[in-house]
Design a protein around this ligand. Structure first.
Ligand code: NAD
Length: 490
C-alpha cells in the first residue's frame, strides 16, 4: 500500500494586539497572507471585525485616561519612543523579511525602509518635551492667560501595504509623542510586520492599551474604527477612493483627519539636465518598489530637444532586467504586491495600448514562474488626456510626454487631479526656482528624487491629500490647544 501524501504543515498564525494581549479575532476567522513571489499562502492573520475594533478603541480610551500613561511626563514618553526605536533597529532583518513575505518588495528595499523607522521614532521622541504653550498679553487687567497643548485621545492609524512600518512610524511617532493612544489598522495584504512590531512595543514598556493593532479587511475593521465615536482622529494613508470614504465618515462625526493619498507625479527633464543623473533619477522614481510607491514618478515630461538622447540612455539602462525571488539579494525585478495590483497594472498596460500610446519597453509577465511579476514598462507618444497620464497605476508603468517650452511643461505637470510630488531636472538655477514654485505638489525635488527626512514635511496638494506628515508641525495635528484664563485678583 502506498503511503498517504504528507499533508501541508499548518500556516504560521499571527495575532492581533489589543489591550496588551495577543488575541484572535472575535470572528474566529482568519485571512491568508499570500507570498507574491509564489502566489501561495504563507501565514494567516485574524480576520478582525467591528467588535475587535470597538474593543481596541475601548482599550485605547482606558489607557488614555490611565495615570500609567496620562501622568507620564513628556520626557518619559520620549524615552519610551527611544527604547522602541532601539528595539526596531535591532530587529530590522526579522521585520523586513515579514514585509517582503507580505508585499513582495525586494528584501533590500524592505530592510532599507524599515531601517528608517528608528530615525522617525527618535525625531518625534526628541520633540515630545519641546511642546510648550505661551502666555498671551491679553488686553485685560489682573488676568493670566496661557495656552496648553493637549493630546486628542484615541487616534486611528490606517496604513497601506507598500511600506507598512515606515509609514506607520510617520503616524505613531507624533501620536505617542503628543500623549495620545493609538489603534493601528494595517492593510490586510501586509499586516505581519506590524503585528511583530507590537511585540517590540510591549518590550519597550508602553503601558497596555496605549498601542493596539487590529487586522482584517478595510470595510469591516477599518470602517468600524473610523465610525467609532471614541476615535478622535483618523490618520489615513492609502488610495484616493478609500481616503474620500474615510474623510466623509470622519467629517460626519467631526473627527480630525489627515489623508496621505495617491499621485501621478511628473518628472520634468529639460535639455540642460545633468543627463546621467536624470536618467538614474527617473529610473529610481518609477521602478523603485515596482512603481508601488505614492511618489512614483509615473509621468516623464521630456523636452523635445533632449528626447532622443535621453530615451536611448534610459531604455538601455531600464531594459533587460530579470525577474527573481524578492528574498534573493540578486533579484532585479520583484513581483507586484498582490493579485488585484497585478491585474490593475496589466489592465492599465492594455488601456494605454488601446489609447494609442506606443509601448517601447516591457509589458510582459513571467510565464515561467508563479507570482505577480510584471516587467518594467514604458509608453511613449502619451498625451495629457489619456488615462495612463491621469490615473495612478501604482505599478512599473512610465508614461512619456514630450514638451517644447517651460510653460508647457508646467501646464502638463499640473494637468492631473493629483499633486503629491514632482521632479525637476535642470542646471539652470532660476528655472529650477521658477518651476518648483509653479508646480502644484507637496514635494518638489530638483536634480534628485525620493528624498525623505522625519524633519521635512510630506503631503499632497489637490486630490493627493489633506495635511502634512513629518516635521515639527506634524505634531500639532495630534494636539489641541486649550486657552486658560486665571483671574489674579486686584
Ligand atoms: P487602500 O486605500 O486600498 O487601503 C489603505 C488602508 O485602508 C488599508 O489598511 C485598508 O484595509 C483600509 N481600508 C480599505 N477600505 C476601508 C474603509 N472603507 N474604511 C477604512 N479603512 C479602509 O490603499 P492600498 O492599496 O493599501 O495602498 C495603495 C495606495 O496608498 C496608493 O493609492 C498610494 O498612492 C497610497 N499611498 C500614499 C502614500 C502617501 O504618503 N501619500 C504613501 C503610500 C501609499
Amino acid at each position: 500500500m502506498s503511503k498517504p501524501a504528507p499533508s501541508a504543515p499548518p500556516l504560521k498564525r499571527f495575532l492581533q494586539f489589543i489591550d496588551g494581549a495577543f488575541v484572535e479575532s472575535d470572528s474566529g476567522g482568519w485571512h491568508p497572507c499570500i507570498y507574491p513571489g509564489t502566489a501561495q499562502a504563507w501565514a494567516e492573520i485574524p480576520r478582525g471585525n467591528a467588535r475587535d475594533a470597538v474593543a481596541a478603541v475601548a482599550a485605547a480610551k482606558r489607557a488614555f485616561a490611565d495615570p500609567a500613561w496620562s501622568k507620564l511626563t513628556a520626557t518619559q514618553r520620549g524615552r519610551l519612543l527611544y527604547a522602541l526605536a532601539d528595539l526596531t533597529a535591532a530587529n530590522v532583518a526579522t521585520l523586513a523579511e515579514l514585509e517582503t513575505r507580505d508585499n513582495g518588495k525586494r528584501y533590500a528595499e524592505s530592510a532599507g525602509a524599515i531601517g528608517l523607522v528608528p530615525s522617525w521614532l527618535r525625531y518625534f521622541a526628541g520633540l515630545a518635551d519641546k511642546v510648550g504653550g505661551s502666555v498671551i498679553p491679553v488686553d485685560k487687567p489682573n488676568v493670566l492667560n496661557f495656552t496648553r497643548s493637549e493630546p486628542l485621545g484615541v487616534v486611528a492609524a490606517i496604513i497601506p501595504w507598500n511600506s507598512p512600518l515606515w509609514l506607520l512610524a510617520w503616524k505613531l511617532g507624533p501620536a505617542l509623542a503628543a500623549g495620545n493612544t493609538i489603534v493601528i489598522k494595517p492593510s490586510e495584504y501586509a499586516s505581519t510586520s506590524t503585528l511583530e512590531f507590537a511585540r517590540l512595543v510591549e518590550q519597550a514598556g508602553f503601558p497596555k492599551g496605549v498601542v493596539n493593532v487590529v487586522t482584517g479587511v478595510g470595510p469591516e475593521v477599518g470602517q468600524a474604527l473610523v465610525d467609532d465615536p471614541d476615535v478622535a482622529m483618523v490618520s489615513f494613508t492609502g488610495s484616493e477612493a478609500v481616503g474620500r470614504r474615510v474623510a466623509e465618515a470622519a467629517g460626519a462625526k467631526l473627527k480630525r483627519v489627515v489623508l496621505e493619498l495617491g499621485g501621478k507625479s511628473p518628472q520634468i527633464v529639460f535639455d540642460d539636465a545633468p543627463l546621467e543623473e536624470a536618467v538614474s533619477g527617473v529610473m529610481l522614481g518609477i521602478f523603485t518598489s515596482n512603481g508601488q510607491s505614492c511618489v512614483a514618478g509615473s509621468r516623464l515630461l521630456l523636452q523635445s530637444s533632449v528626447y532622443d538622447r535621453f530615451m536611448a540612455a534610459f531604455l538601455e539602462k531600464a531594459g533587460g532586467k530579470s525577474f527573481g525571488d524578492p528574498m534573493d539579494q540578486a533579484t532585479e525585478v520583484a513581483p507586484l504586491a498582490n493579485e488585484p495590483q497585478f491585474r490593475k497594472a496589466l489592465d492599465y498596460i492594455r488601456i494605454a495600448e488601446g489609447e494609442g500610446a506606443h509601448r517601447v519597453l516591457g509589458g510582459g509577465v513571467a510565464s515561467d514562474r508563479p507570482g505577480y511579476f510584471v516587467q518594467p514598462t514604458v509608453f511613449t507618444d502619451v498625451t495629457a488626456s489619456m488615462r495612463i497620464a491621469q490615473e495612478e497605476v501604482f505599478g512599473p508603468v512610465l508614461a512619456v510626454i514630450r514638451f517644447e517650452t517651460e510653460s508647457e511643461a508646467i501646464e502638463l505637470a499640473n494637468s492631473t487631479s493629483y499633486g503629491l510630488a514632482a521632479g525637476v531636472w535642470t542646471q539652470d538655477l532660476r528655472r529650477a526656482l521658477r518651476v518648483s514654485e509653479q508646480v502644484k505638489a507637496g514635494t518638489v525635488w530638483v536634480n534628485t528624487y525620493r528624498g525623505f527626512d522625519p524633519g521635512s514635511p510630506a503631503g499632497g496638494y489637490k486630490s493627493s491629500g489633506i495635511g502634512r506628515e513629518n516635521g515639527h508641525d506634524a505634531l500639532n495635528d495630534y494636539l489641541q490647544t486649550k486657552s486658560v484664563w486665571i483671574s489674579t485678583g486686584q
